[in-house]
Design a protein around this ligand. Structure first.
Ligand code: NPQ
Ligand code: MG
Length: 378
């Protein structure tokens, strides 16, 4: 039935670990393997999957994997289940709103509800959210490498595969010199940098040097919660600043745009607390003609599918960090997402997020599970 509500019987938290094809290094740390909590919403006749993208340590933001598991188990899942059947996934955010923060955990749970609720209706996530295309343009994020030669090698591999924009991670001591070398070797490639909040306004001269290198954008140069200093820096450089960490809601996005803190926004559903809020950020940016693109958190296929659904929205006008599965994993948990030679990837069609974890892959990557039943909270 078209308007049948989703009655959730149980929520399962499935923690997984996947080896990465190569370590991923940023200004805040290095990952050797990818851990995530997959969230399975059991709706009786249907189930839905979402991914909680919190990293193992609270270096990107204050959220981390073990903390997310506790916030889900102790507060978020009980709050969701105590409200009865859901007539619309927009109710998830309302039920969870009394819990302050914990956006990454909330986003994973909301995504799983979307998947189950849409499967009940045979409807596709991207279409439901307002997606306007079936293929999206992809970029790639390159970790800090031990040497410039190693970095150029890695980049040329990505360019051969078709990626349309290369994002270099920078940190103090590995910035202008590295970016200059890459720019010299690849004069025409759309290049950006991401500092993951590693600098302060006192580093403005370094950013003025980067400003000469024809970058598409400079992502999150300053403090992870700052808007004001970013506005001051943006006033000094022509290269657009893109905010990632500093934008945690549509409210933040509106403030950043009004202050002139950025000219581009990276949207990650985890960082802003879910798909509903991600669409609100998108809408706020589109209203003010601020280009947006969809970021990445080294998602497995479950989270990647939802990101691709968002990337089809009309205001998404730049290549995303929505790279192929093989950028991160030898084997994904879902059938692999593959980059076409033209640098595009298909938005999954079909009900819900369009993909499901493969049972035997899931089993071999699972490190622990926990089930929260509806009756335990009644
Ligand atoms: C960013 N991602 O845009 C993030 C940061 C990031 C693809 O550059 C584990 C889980 C490690 C999530 C490292 C990309 C991570 C992570 C970096 C996210 O800033
Ligand atoms: Mg970033």
């Amino acid at each position: 039935m078209m308007d049948e509500p989703l009655a959730i019987e149980a929520v399962e938290l499935v923690e997984v670990a996947l080896p990465l094809v190569r370590p991923f290094r940023t200004s805040f740390g290095e990952e050797q393997e990818k851990r995530a909590i997959l969230i399975r919403v059991d709706g009786g006749d249907v189930q839905g999957w979402g991914e909680c993208v919190a990293p193992e340590e609270p270096r990107y933001s204050e959220e981390w994997l073990d903390g997310s598991r506790l916030s889900l188990r102790n507060f978020l899942v009980p709050a969701l289940l105590s409200g009865g059947p859901l007539s619309n996934p927009t109710q998830v955010g309302v039920r969870l709103a009394w819990v302050r923060g914990h956006r990454i955990a909330k986003a994973g749970l909301e995504a799983a509800v979307f998947d189950a609720w849409l499967r009940l209706r045979g409807k596709n996530l991207s279409e439901h959210l307002g997606g306007v295309r079936t293929r999206v343009v992809c970029g790639v994020s390159v970790g800090i490498a031990p040497s410039i030669e190693a970095m150029l090698d890695e980049i040329s591999g990505y360019l051969q595969k078709g990626y349309r924009r290369v994002k270099l991670k920078i940190e103090p001591g590995r910035d202008v010199r590295v970016v200059e070398a890459v720019r010299q070797a690849l004069p025409d490639v759309p290049l950006s940098v991401d500092a993951n909040a590693a600098y302060s306004l006192a580093d403005a001269p370094m950013f003025e040097a980067l400003d000469e290198l024809g970058l598409v954008m400079i992502e999150q140069p300053l403090h992870h919660e700052d808007l004001v200093d970013h506005a001051r820096l943006q006033a000094r450089i022509r290269t657009p600043i893109c905010l990632d960490e500093s934008i945690r809601s549509a409210r933040d996005a509106t403030a950043a745009i009004e202050l002139g803190s950025c000219k581009i926004i990276n949207i990650k559903p985890g960082r802003v607390g879910g798909l509903v809020e991600a669409v609100r950020v998108h809408d706020a940016a589109l209203r003010d003609k601020i280009p947006v693109w969809i970021g990445g958190m080294l998602e497995t296929g479950v989270g990647r599918a939802a990101n691709l659904a968002l990337a089809a929205l009309p205001g998404v006008s730049m290549p995303g960090d929505t790279s192929a599965s093989d950028r991160y994993f030898h084997q994904d948990l879902t059938p692999p997402f593959v980059l076409a030679p033209d640098g595009t990837m298909a938005v999954p069609g079909g009900p819900g997020i369009g993909v499901e974890p493969l049972a035997e892959r899931l089993q071999s990557c699972t490190v622990r599970t926990e089930t929260i039943l509806r009756r335990t909270v009644m």
